[in-house]
Design a protein around this ligand. Structure first.
Ligand code: HEM
Length: 508
């Protein structure tokens, strides 16, 4: 009996302690979880694991991703939640979102799981803090203004060589493959110090592997021999073996005193003591980052100029003026590039309409707020930064190709084709010089128009990829500037280019 009473008393004490001590604490905890849930961005995480991945990937391939993202953003606002590749993701859209994306120290860059497996986990996009700064500084050493200035003559030589080998005497050219091969060669020469003859086989081998690899950037990571990811992973393994062999060759030269760290990026990284794995990862990343992006810019610049005779006429006039000031066979100089302002405006307008990189991925390294909503630590962030480039409130008549837009200042955080902040593209000056040198020789050497049956349409893999590689008919340029149609009504030109592009010109 006594025993029963003491058990009851103990039970009562436990219940009272629960009511007065534990319950308020639990209530507080659950209400803070509710608050947290309330603060999460609006949107939906969709079905477990799959989320919105398939929908967005399908839209990318059909080139309707802009419409897909616009619909999502118009329903949920500048910050929303969705689920991509099995991860909860905050989608950010608009100039304020771009500013936050580039400035916030709570966000660090990341790549997709599939890209990571192909390129390697020590690539610059996966590094943070001091590690990121260290590797970036090595790259910047070879990409800064002074270095790029010294590459002009070598780029000039690569472009002329390419044109002689792949354009002269031809009636038709597939622009995208041609530009990929050109930009790959330029990068191999100036960044990796590959000789044209000495490393011809390595260049071709790597180029082929990279064409395959780049298709897997957004692939669903299922490693089977017949999946996109499986094929890209195999290409990456072959590419890595080739790069590893080049590292051995460079190390031998460095150790025997036959090269110096200032010769090329790879030798510089070796001299700085980077582990081979880290060199391979970053060389692999650089190859993807540098050549496909600039090749896309050049391809779509030719496409847009074909549809816009007024802009085309101005580019030709500008380039021919530079050509007239040169002796035959004299290479372009840094000063010549400074005279190509309109051509660069046309290139930027192309980057606005068809940005090679349409979004950046980041990861929240701590809880962070944007626009009153919480992005919890560990979430993925998809910055659909280029949505501002097609916003009619910022760029009136956004589907119109109008290089003159870039002759006046552009609203901050609106044109972001090269990203921003601590991870802004360090290759932007390299890309500018490369594009201008290539355009000079194409524009002064040839006239072009889309080949019959080539409609200029494109999809994304995730870089824009034109149907048939953008086939064009070419003719050698006569010495006279082409006849610019007499004051063609701009909207008529546009209606021509728009009707050709209408189903595909979502510009993503
Ligand atoms: C038209 C050509 C190019 C475009 C549109 C482009 C665009 C971009 C974008 C959007 C980013 C991400 C920026 C961010 O996170 O804020 C990036 C990063 C990067 N790009 Fe480019 N890029 C181009 C050419 C190049 C070239 C030619 C090189 C090298 C020779 C290069 C090297 C890099 C590197 C190393 C990064 C990583 C930077 C970091 O995470 O710190 N890019 N690029």
């Amino acid at each position: 009996m006594e025993m029963e009473a003491s058990v009851l008393a103990a039970l009562a004490a436990v219940i009272l302690a629960f009511i007065f001590l534990v319950l308020p604490h639990l209530r507080k905890q659950s209400s803070s979880q509710d608050d947290r849930r309330r603060q999460l961005p609006p949107g939906s995480l969709g079905l477990p694991v799959v989320g919105q991945t398939v929908g967005l990937l399908r839209a990318l391939r059909a080139n309707t991703a802009e419409a897909w993202l616009r619909r999502w953003a118009s329903e949920y606002g500048p910050i929303s939640k969705l689920s991509l590749f099995g991860l909860p993701t905050a989608l950010l859209v608009g100039p304020a979102a771009n500013k936050f994306l580039f400035a916030s120290t709570a966000l660090t860059a990341k790549t997709t799981t599939s890209f990571n497996s192909m390129v390697g986990r020590r690539n610059i996009r996966e590094l943070a803090g001091d590690d990121h700064r260290r590797v970036r500084a090595m790259m910047v050493q070879f990409l800064k203004l002074d270095s790029v200035r010294s590459y002009v003559a070598s780029m000039d030589d690569d472009v002329r060589h390419h044109i002689r080998a792949h354009w002269d005497g031809r009636a038709t050219v597939a622009v995208m493959p041609s530009m990929k091969s050109l930009t790959f060669d330029i990068m191999c020469t100036v960044i990796f110090g590959f000789g044209r003859a000495e490393h011809a086989a390595v260049r071709r081998e790597l180029s082929a592997e990279f064409q395959q690899l780049v298709r897997g950037i957004w692939a669903i990571p299922v490693n089977l021999p017949f999946t996109s990811f499986g094929k890209c992973l195999a290409a990456s393994r072959r590419g890595r073996r080739t790069v590893a062999a080049v590292i051995d060759e460079k190390r031998a030269k460095l150790e025997s005193g036959h090269s110096s760290p200032s010769d090329d990026l790879m030798t510089h990284m070796l001299a700085e003591g980077l582990a081979d794995e880290e060199i391979i990862d970053n060389v692999m990343f650089m190859m993807v980052a540098a050549h496909d992006t600039t090749a896309t810019l050049l391809t779509f610049l030719l496409r847009h100029l074909d549809g816009n005779r007024d802009a085309y006429g101005r580019v030709v006039a500008e380039q021919q003026e530079v050509a007239r000031s040169k002796a035959p066979e004299e290479a372009l100089s840094w000063d010549d590039l400074g005279k190509m302002k309109y051509t660069w405006s046309a290139a930027m307008e192309t980057l606005r309409l068809v940005p090679p990189v349409f979004s950046v991925l980041k990861r929240a390294v701590e809880d962070v707020e944007f626009d009153g909503h919480l992005i919890p630590k560990g979430w993925q962030v998809l910055g659909a930064m280029n949505m501002t480039q097609w916003d009619p409130a910022i760029f009136p008549e956004p589907s119109r190709f109008e290089p003159a837009r870039f002759e006046s200042p552009i609203a901050p955080y609106s044109f972001v084709a090269f990203g921003g902040g601590a991870t802004v593209c360090p290759g932007n000056e390299f890309a500018r010089v490369e594009a201008l040198v290539a355009m000079h020789y194409i524009v002064t050497g040839f006239k072009w128009k889309l080949a019959d049956g080539c409609d200029g349409s494109f999809s994304r893999y995730p870089l824009p990829s034109p149907a048939q590689g953008l086939l064009i008919d070419i003719e050698p340029m006569d010495t006279q500037p082409p006849q610019v149609e007499q004051a063609p009504p701009n909207d008529l030109q546009e209606s021509r280019s728009r009707s050709e592009w209408c189903t595909h010109h979502s510009a993503l």
